[in-house]
Design a protein around this ligand. Structure first.
Ligand code: DQA
Length: 145
């Protein structure tokens, strides 16, 4: 089972950006934790991060025929990007959306998720543990097919 974990803009700034919202652990720490979970679960993983909407669209398109599923934190593009929503729909790979913070309990504009409309589930407000939950949801989904 091969999964692609995609992280959107400013997630490379974890540990520096708004630690009161996102915590003090770094993006490297997040990647290590994702790799650890995948290693334990026997899942092959590639992790991709970009601050650019088109690069995220390219990564989703490139996943077709290569990966079995996607875990995605589109970050701010969650709330704006029809292009990422369309890319997820186009490849039609099972995808789980994850957010470190609870987007339903913050500003109103974060309550809308375009990208979530193409995902089988959204996990939010659980920090790094949310990525583990999202990977497990994806694994269960892929195993049951
Ligand atoms: C985020 C939530 C988004 O609203 C925000 O723009 C982010 C991070 C999260 O992981 O909590 O950059 O996706």
């Amino acid at each position: 089972m091969k999964v692609l974990v995609i992280n959107g803009p400013n997630l490379n700034m974890l540990g520096i950006r708004e630690p009161e919202v996102y915590g003090s652990a770094s993006y490297g720490d997040l990647c290590r934790s994702v790799r650890e979970v995948c290693g334990r679960e026997g899942m092959e993983v590639e992790i991709f991060q970009s601050n650019h909407e088109g690069a995220l669209v390219d990564a989703i398109q490139g996943a077709l025929g290569v990966f079995d599923g996607i875990v995605i934190n589109p970050a701010a593009y969650t709330h704006t990007s029809v292009a990422i929503l369309d890319a997820l729909k186009a490849v039609n790979l099972p995808a789980v959306e994850v957010h470190l913070s609870d987007i339903s309990a913050r500003e109103d504009f974060r309550r809308v998720s375009y990208t979530g409309m193409a995902c089988i589930k959204t996990v939010c407000g659980k920090g790094f543990a949310g990525y583990e939950e999202a990977l497990m949801i994806l694994k269960n989904h892929l195993t049951k097919r």
